[in-house]
Design a protein around this ligand. Structure first.
Ligand code: F6R
Length: 244
């Protein structure tokens, strides 16, 4: 995995947006998969501005939702579907039928997984994924200890993830499971971009890049990916052995 210290959050977001735009110039109908969460908000703003300036056209691309809290839906502020539609899909003008997301309120989560796997396969596989890194190294909801499962997964949430969920919901709400595109499907994307910013992410960035490859730190599994790139700001790169 390559690391680029972009210096600032703004520059990190710009570089990620540049990669997305470059891919879409070459493959306008590519299938993309973006994480929700705090980290990619700057990327979304950059992309929306670039589209307004006609520097990128995202309206022909396809989008698979990375993950969802089981039990939550669009009416729940902080759910992945609410965050992604309000922060990205809607302002970016992505046609609704170009988006497939997990229904966190579905009665049958296993079926949700199979439906997502089929949708991804029907759209040629994920071409580029932009991922955040959890404080515990999770990727999507691939929590520490989750094996490199095939396809999509329903996962019991790690205690760290439950505690951190407060930042999305403004209060502690009972979340126990997540549904997520699994590590193997994400790793099969030819292009993988990981984003991390802020001093609080410095320890997990160091573990991701220079720690052992272990399912205890799911983000470290991407060390094996030939084209994965980790973009950080200077703070998140602060504990790396050799600053670049
Ligand atoms: C969100 C997701 C999570 C986040 C990760 C980092 O869809 O899949 O894995 O990317 O928890 O979250 P932030 O960016 O809020 O620090």
């Amino acid at each position: 995995m390559k690391h680029v210290n972009c210096g600032t959050y703004r520059e990190m977001s710009r570089q990620a947006a540049g990669c997305v735009a470059e891919l879409l110039r070459e493959k306008p109908e590519a299938l993309l998969c973006f994480a929700a969460g705090t980290t990619p908000m700057g990327l979304f703003e950059e992309l929306i501005q670039m589209q307004a300036r006609a520097e990128v056209d995202m309206t022909r691309a396809w989008f698979a939702g990375l993950d969802e809290w089981v039990g939550l839906g669009p009416a729940d502020a902080g759910s992945c579907i609410q965050v992604m539609f309000d922060s990205f899909y809607t302002p970016a003008g992505i046609p609704r039928d170009h988006i497939h997301v997990f229904d966190g309120m579905a009665a049958d989560m296993t079926r949700e997984c199979r439906v997502m796997e089929k949708w991804i396969a029907d759209h040629g596989g994920i071409e580029l994924t932009v991922l955040g890194i959890g404080m515990n190294g999770h990727i999507g909801f691939n929590e520490p200890g989750v094996p490199e499962t095939r396809g999509c997964v329903v996962v019991d949430l790690d205690e760290v993830t439950k505690a951190i969920s407060v930042k999305y919901f403004g209060k502690q709400i009972p979340v126990h499971q997540g549904v997520s595109i699994g590590m193997d499907l994400l790793s099969s994307a030819p292009e993988v971009i990981l984003l991390a910013d802020g001093v609080k992410k410095a320890p997990i960035v160091a573990a991701t890049l220079s720690g052992p490859v272990t399912c205890r730190v799911p983000s470290s599994l991407l060390q094996k990916h030939p084209r994965a790139v980790l973009l950080t700001d200077a703070d998140a790169a602060g504990l790396l052995p050799n600053l670049d």
